[in-house]
Design a protein around this ligand. Structure first.
Ligand code: FES
Length: 280
């Protein structure tokens, strides 16, 4: 189709060029032939012997004009056909061009209104020296266990084993004390958290409005394993939380700092830009 478009384009250009040349030639030739006929007519009035010459010249010019009109008509028809062919072929070539592939963004969109997701703070590179500085600041006694665990959770966004072992090495805090404290407080995480925290409200209003189905569908689409809360790519962590305080929008979820309400399982997945079949 590309070749056809090129051929039609070349033919169009040739027709335009031929018509332009013809027009330029005729602009110069017509006044000259008119002047020649006028001169012959003037001479034929004085000399009757020139009448056949005048008639022959007029016939020659008339024949030339007829041939020219025929040629111009054919060129015009060819030009129209070639231009139409060129436009049609070009349109097909452009339609056949593949569209540039857009990289899907992991933006979160709220079904009712645009929900722009701020990028979650990236987890800092694991740096054990943070624990050393923390212990120096909080102290080495068992009383420092909770402040140290809070600080580690805030820094790494979970409690890495390496950090906890280092705490035990540097302080009087025992592994048993750390295990007891970290399992008692719900905010301490034992595993890495996703880039985005999705809090699905399971308060009474949201529960009645279908929070369970929303959570189950999100977990299914994100391929979150049984007993886990974070998808394998660590993009999202799903949490079930108590009333978020906007029950009139039930069912509700929060994605980092953004709230989305009146959700269905499908719109909740749309809000995370998770397509059916993706990740499953
Ligand atoms: S119960 Fe879900 S926001 Fe109140």
């Amino acid at each position: 189709m590309k070749k056809a478009a090129i051929a039609a384009g070349v033919l169009t250009a040739m027709c335009v060029a031929a018509l332009t040349v013809d027009y330029a030639v005729m602009r110069r030739w017509t006044p000259l032939s008119d002047a020649r006929i006028a001169a012959l007519q003037e001479r034929a009035q004085r000399d009757a012997a020139l009448a056949p010459v005048l008639a022959a010249e007029q016939n020659r010019i008339a024949e030339f004009n007829r041939a020219r009109r025929k040629r111009v008509n054919w060129l015009s028809l060819a030009l129209i056909g070639a231009a139409a062919g060129f436009l049609s072929a070009s349109k097909r070539v452009l339609a056949a061009e593949p569209e540039p592939v857009r990289k899907p963004e992991r933006a979160v969109a709220q079904p009712a209104q645009s929900l722009v997701l701020k990028t979650a703070p990236a987890a800092p590179e694991f740096d054990i020296s943070f624990v050393d500085r923390l212990v120096a600041q909080e102290g080495r006694t068992t009383d420092a266990a909770i402040p140290i665990l809070h600080a580690i959770q805030a820094h790494y966004r979970y409690l890495p084993d390496e950090a906890l072992l280092r705490v035990c090495e540097l302080t009087e805090i025992t592994p048993a004390q750390i295990a007891g404290t970290s399992s008692f407080y719900k905010r301490f995480r034992q595993s890495p958290v996703g880039d985005h925290i999705v809090r699905v409200c399971h308060g009474t209003a949201c529960h009645v409005a279908g929070a369970r189905q929303i959570t189950d569908e999100l977990r299914r689409r994100l391929a979150i394993p049984e007993g886990g809360d974070t998808d394998p790519t660590r993009a999202f962590t799903i949490e079930e939380v108590a009333c978020l305080g906007c029950c009139s929008l039930a069912p509700v979820m929060m994605v980092d700092e953004h709230t989305a309400g009146k959700l269905t399982p499908a719109t909740a997945c749309d809000a995370l830009a998770v397509k059916p079949g993706e990740r499953t």
